[in-house]
Unconditional design. Sequence first.
Length: 72
Amino acid sequence: MVYVVGVGRCQTWQHVYTAVTRGRSQVIVITRKSMLHWAIIENPPITRLTGLRDKLMGLLSLPPHSVTNKYY
């Protein structure tokens, strides 16, 4: 896997972690030291408002027999 860390607000430590842990046998990270530092140390995570957390919490509060395929 090749992962390029460049200029961009959307690259956070979560993205670097995900890219590195997805590599099966080898990961090549292409970046400048300053860009990697920015992504890991200085760039705060982005809050995502997908609603996924609320949907999962709703599913967890349902009785097991009431969950159907429409939730997947």
